[in-house]
Write a protein that binds this ligand. Structure first.
Ligand SMILES: [Fe+2]
Length: 219
């Protein structure tokens, strides 16, 4: 076979293979495509801020104008906002709010007698970048009593909003907390779903970093 015919033959084989792959691709059932299950929602709870700090950033450990940082163990919460096809969602607004290290919210409705930390920001916000990624620097919140039978484990509240996606309100928990197993809210989720809220923190470059991905439903 001369060179021209060889090239023609190769072209034909490649075209057939490519065409075949396209046909196979279109015949694929929906379950064969990558899919990310939407993050399960959780209640907003009673302590979404009624007043916001002057600092409206993603570092909750330091308030501008203060000389000291917040008390407690510093943690970095990072992750990716994505859709149900696992595509990144850039420009999503992510808000978090939480108790300080003593387990107290900066909210008039919080009757917990624990002390407020005047150097903690309690609430923060950030936008996901072009890869859908986001990050917060904060402190590990303390647990707090709800009633005489129930103590909530350390957790961070999340709210995520993005154009063309449903709003997501949920919570993030810390792995290894004995209180996780007794929490009424976590306990309401079916087996296998609870792990989606519970994050492992790992030492990375001298920092405690946890990965919490957020999957939004398309509207
Ligand atoms: Fe809470």
């Amino acid at each position: 076979m001369n060179n021209f015919n060889q090239s023609k033959r190769n072209f034909l084989i490649t075209s057939l293979a490519f065409g075949g792959a396209l046909v196979l691709e279109t015949l694929k059932p929906a379950w064969a495509f990558p899919a990310c299950a939407p993050s399960p929602p959780e209640t907003e709870g009673p302590f979404y801020p009624v007043a916001f700090p002057l600092d409206k950033n993603n570092d909750l450990t330091f308030l501008e104008g203060k000389s000291r940082r917040a008390e407690g163990d510093i943690v970095y919460v990072t992750g990716r906002v994505q859709d149900e096809a696992c595509r990144p969602v850039p420009g999503a607004m992510i808000e978090i709010w939480q108790a300080c290290s003593t387990g107290k919210y900066n909210h008039p409705g919080d009757k917990n007698p624990a002390r407020l930390d005047p150097n903690f920001q309690y609430w923060g916000k950030t936008l996901s970048d072009e890869k859908g990624e986001y990050g917060f620097k904060t402190v590990k919140p303390g647990s707090y009593p709800v009633d005489w039978l129930w103590t909530r484990p350390p957790h961070i509240h999340f709210n995520v909003r993005s154009k063309n996606h449903s709003e997501l309100t949920t919570q993030m928990y810390f792995s290894g907390e004995a209180l996780n197993n007794k929490d009424r809210l976590l306990g309401e989720h079916p087996e296998g779903e609870q792990e989606k809220f519970i994050v492992d923190f790992h030492r990375v470059g001298g920092k405690d970093v946890g990965l919490f991905n957020l999957t939004l439903k398309q509207t």
